[in-house]
Write a protein that binds this ligand. Structure first.
Ligand SMILES: NC(=O)c1ccc[n+]([C@@H]2O[C@H](COP(=O)([O-])OP(=O)(O)OC[C@H]3O[C@@H](n4cnc5c(N)ncnc54)[C@H](O)[C@@H]3O)[C@@H](O)[C@H]2O)c1
Length: 338
């Protein structure tokens, strides 16, 4: 399987490392506006540096679109027209309308498509969401979702485009917390209403560095999402999620390997066969989440398998549309004191 990369920065390197475990897949062509970056990537992971995205698309079976967000749509369209499988990073685009149009394009072309909503494969979230959706704790009442990290124009990011609204669309809500909106939509089911407040303190106009969004689901469950880009360089992305059900409380502290903790009413603990209080993390959590859904944690291996067998990939572009819809609604209705 011949694989190509358009954009060879931070996230491209993450995928390239994962692809080392995908049997029979080889990176053969890469392109980046920054020639030195493309060259360093090719030296580390293989492939020939070519001078345009079209050349990448011509030479491969599957293409990774890992540029900054505003440039995703054009390459997704070109790859779809060429009939190539596509892995596109999140957010798909800077607006919901564009994400819908891209989804229609890949579906019409009949190509395999996957989006970089990587937390759909997180053992922590798969375990947590399964537990609270089972119903043994009664209905979900409220979710408190906090996501904070340092302003991603520095440190490990080694790029500044996240400070440019023309490239990123906006700030923390779309660029980072599109993951969180996706997880909340997955957990809560159909969303009935959305509200938000955004502001910025870092002086990057059009880039909110704090967002408070609230969601109300058709089930009656509600959620608040707090998303912050501060300047504490010792804190990379951190998520803490508290889910209050009628008969139990679940707390997720590590967004991949846990721990996920619980405190249950006696009847709920009996129903699910757990102690009233407990925690799970690490290999035990990975095994528990695999037993739930059979999904692996390596989304790139899964993508290559889907391409090889011409079967649907997960999560695909359509999965991402609800998060994009909620994000656009949040921005539309956001009150702001900027
Ligand atoms: N799934 C995740 O958890 C996750 C994590 C990080 C980034 N991302 C997403 O991945 C994308 C890239 O982010 P990153 O952190 O890798 O950024 P980055 O700055 O490290 O890399 C992006 C690269 O794309 C190149 N580029 C931009 N436009 C281009 C074009 N038209 N043609 C060729 N190359 C182009 C840049 O020169 C840069 O080298 C963004 O959409 C971001 O939101 C997703």
């Amino acid at each position: 399987m011949r694989v190509g990369f358009i954009g060879t920065g931070l996230i491209a390197r993450f995928h390239a490392r994962n692809l080392a475990d995908a049997e029979g897949a080889a990176i053969v062509a890469v392109h980046d506006l920054d020639q030195a970056r493309a060259q360093a990537f090719a030296s580390d992971f293989g492939g020939v540096v070519v001078s345009s995205a079209d050349e990448v698309i011509d030479q491969v079976d599957a293409v990774y679109v890992c540029t900054w967000t505003s440039d995703h749509p054009q390459y997704v369209r070109s790859a779809a027209e060429a009939g190539k499988a596509i892995f596109c990073e999140k957010p798909l685009a800077t607006t919901h309308a564009e994400a819908v149009s891209m989804t229609e394009a890949v579906e019409a072309a009949g190509v395999v498509h996957q989006v970089g909503l990587v937390l759909r494969r997180s053992p922590s979230f798969r375990f947590l969401i399964h537990q609270v959706q089972q119903g043994h704790c009664g209905p979900i009442m409220n979710v408190v979702f906090r996501d904070d990290q340092y302003l991603p124009t520095q440190g490990m990011y080694q790029s500044t485009w996240r400070g440019d609204p023309d490239k990123a669309g906006a700030g923390t809500l779309i660029e980072h917390s599109i993951h969180d909106l996706d997880l909340l939509a997955w957990m809560l089911g159909p969303i009935h209403s959305v509200g938000a407040h955004t502001a910025h303190v870092h002086g990057l106009d059009g880039i909110e560095d704090q967002a408070l969004a609230w969601l109300v689901a058709e089930s009656g469950a509600s959620a608040s999402l707090t998303s912050i880009w501060h300047n504490v360089l010792s804190r990379p992305s951190q998520r803490r999620v508290e889910v209050f059900c009628q008969h139990g409380v679940w707390v997720l502290e590590g967004d991949w390997n846990g721990p996920v903790r619980w405190e249950l009413a006696a009847e709920a603990a009996d129903a699910v066969g757990l102690n009233q209080t407990g925690a799970i993390e690490g290999p035990e959590l990975v095994a528990a989440s695999t037993a739930i859904d059979g999904l692996g944690t390596n989304g790139d291996v899964a993508f290559i398998e889907a391409v090889r067998s011409a079967s649907p990939a997960y999560p695909d572009f359509r999965v991402a549309l609800e998060a994009h819809r909620l994000c656009d609604l949040a921005y539309t209705y956001a009150g702001s004191v900027d």
